[in-house]
Design a protein around this ligand. Structure first.
Ligand code: SF4
Ligand code: SF4
Length: 136
């Protein structure tokens, strides 16, 4: 493979990584896969990918990471940000990935499918928060 082909591969990877960087303000290229974010995350039992794996996939430009359950399970608790030795705010990256999905007019939650009882019982602040954070 000539050097021109190698450069072209780099360009192909650039758009997804660049979009994540633009939205999050974080340079995932700094991640060296130490795993500190994953070992401190309180929600990994519910995730299909570890936070560090999400970071690696973004580094590699693997856009399928947007299909991961992990980005929706992340509660933005910022434990990972505190632990990261490279100063990366992983929660910001997760938020950017959610935004990329929601901008496709995707709604993660829908009030329409809730029953009258659920609407009565659920805390108003949770409903408003879900509408603001998880709808496109
Ligand atoms: S911000 Fe998200 S990924 Fe980071 S530790 Fe908290 S739940 Fe896990
Ligand atoms: S803690 Fe930081 S450097 Fe370590 S794997 Fe997570 S994002 Fe990468």
């Amino acid at each position: 493979m000539g050097s021109g082909e190698t450069l072209r591969l780099g360009e192909e990877l650039k758009p997804f990584r660049e979009r994540v960087k633009e939205l999050s303000g974080e340079d995932v290229g700094l991640c060296y896969q130490c795993g500190a974010c994953s070992s401190g995350c309180p929600l990994t039992d519910e995730m299909d990918l570890l936070p560090s794996t999400v970071m690696r996939l973004v580094q590699l430009g693997v856009e399928e990471v947007l299909n991961s359950k992990t980005i929706w399970i992340c509660s933005s608790c910022f434990t990972c940000q505190v632990r990261c030795p490279r100063g990366i705010d992983v929660a910001n990256v997760m938020e950017a990935l959610r935004q990329l999905v929601l901008r496709r007019k995707y709604d993660r939650v829908s009030i329409d499918i809730l029953t009258q009882e659920e609407l009565r019982e659920l805390p108003q602040i949770a409903l408003v928060s879900c509408q603001r954070k998880l709808t496109g």
